[in-house]
Design a protein around this ligand. Structure first.
Ligand code: COA
Length: 261
């Protein structure tokens, strides 16, 4: 059994609002926050995914509220935030994980395909931050944006996601500067290839996994737990002087320019 790194009550009394919290990396982050004392409201488009994660969190002994919303729709986001505040009284931590992704060469991608991913990732992140602002200000809260490393170099078939995540990183830095005066910390995590996610199963051809693994400096794919641990640290009081940072959690992958496609 893995040794417990963080005290299980570090987020006692805190409430987190997690988009994309039904599945994958952000589902793991929601579960980890709940497992360390936070009450967690999770949102995404698919209520069935949310209900499943809510059961998992509750079986672990945590408290969870599930509310469906499309982050592209500002009014729906406002409603989800208001419902979460009704359920748990406030919001201290916002985790923006809702994202869209598919592989497509730039010359085959439609304008709507490009815009759809930018709308989900970038506009969705802004929408949630904006709608949660009064709660974050009242509670000296914080934002954690899930980004990527795709845009640090050039990544084939990922122009839409690269542009969208570059925008997310800009939001992280700008809000850190603008909202620091309210005691709000704004940070990001840029995961590398994480093996136990639906996205990776869908996006990475199996024949590429072995060769890519050899080229990752730490010689393994990441796991959702790696991102959970980074999120626990960034959201914890141990990171109370860290703001405007996007922490890369990728085993050193991007430095070697080992793109996924
Ligand atoms: N290749 C190329 N274009 C694609 C595409 C693909 N695989 N998937 C969607 N698009 C394009 C569509 O063709 C459409 O553009 P068009 O109107 O010019 O034809 C546009 O993107 C919107 O697609 P649509 O399916 O209507 O949007 P949506 O809002 O229902 O869903 C996604 C968008 C990105 C969420 C959807 O592609 C999806 O479900 N992806 C899998 C889930 C996912 O991305 N999870 C996150 C893992 S990181």
């Amino acid at each position: 059994m893995t040794k417990q790194v963080f005290s299980t009550d570090i987020f006692e009394g805190k409430v987190a609002f997690v988009t994309g919290g039904g599945t994958g990396i952000t589902g793991g982050v929601a579960r980890a926050l709940a497992g360390h004392g936070a009450k967690v409201a999770i949102t995404s488009r698919k209520i069935e995914n949310l209900e499943q994660m809510k059961s998992v969190i509750e079986e672990d002994g945590g408290e969870c509220h599930a509310v469906s919303a499309d982050v592209r729709d500002y009014e729906a986001v406002e409603r989800a935030i208001s419902e979460s505040v009704d359920a748990f009284g406030k919001i201290d931590i916002v985790v923006n994980g809702a994202a869209g992704n598919f592989l497509c060469f730039a010359n085959e991608l439609s304008a709507n395909g490009f815009g759809t991913v930018v709308d989900i990732d970038t506009k969705g992140t802004f929408n949630v931050c904006r709608a949660a602002f009064e709660q974050l200000k009242a509670n000296e809260g914080q934002i954690l944006n899930i980004s990527a490393t795709l845009h640090y170099l050039g990544t084939p078939m990922q122009i839409h996601v690269s542009a969208a995540k570059a925008g997310v990183d800009a939001i992280t830095r700008n809000l850190a500067v603008e909202w620091g005066r309210y005691g709000i910390r704004v940070n990001g995590i840029a995961p590398g290839p994480i093996e136990d996610t639906e996205g990776m199963k869908r996006l990475l051809p199996p024949q590429l996994k072995e060769s890519l693994t050899k080229r990752i400096p730490l010689k393994r794919f990441g796991r959702i737990k790696d991102i959970e641990d980074a999120a626990l640290f960034i959201c914890s009081p141990a990171a109370s002087y860290i703001s405007g940072v996007t922490l890369v959690v990728d085993g050193g992958q991007w430095l070697k320019g080992t793109s996924l496609s």
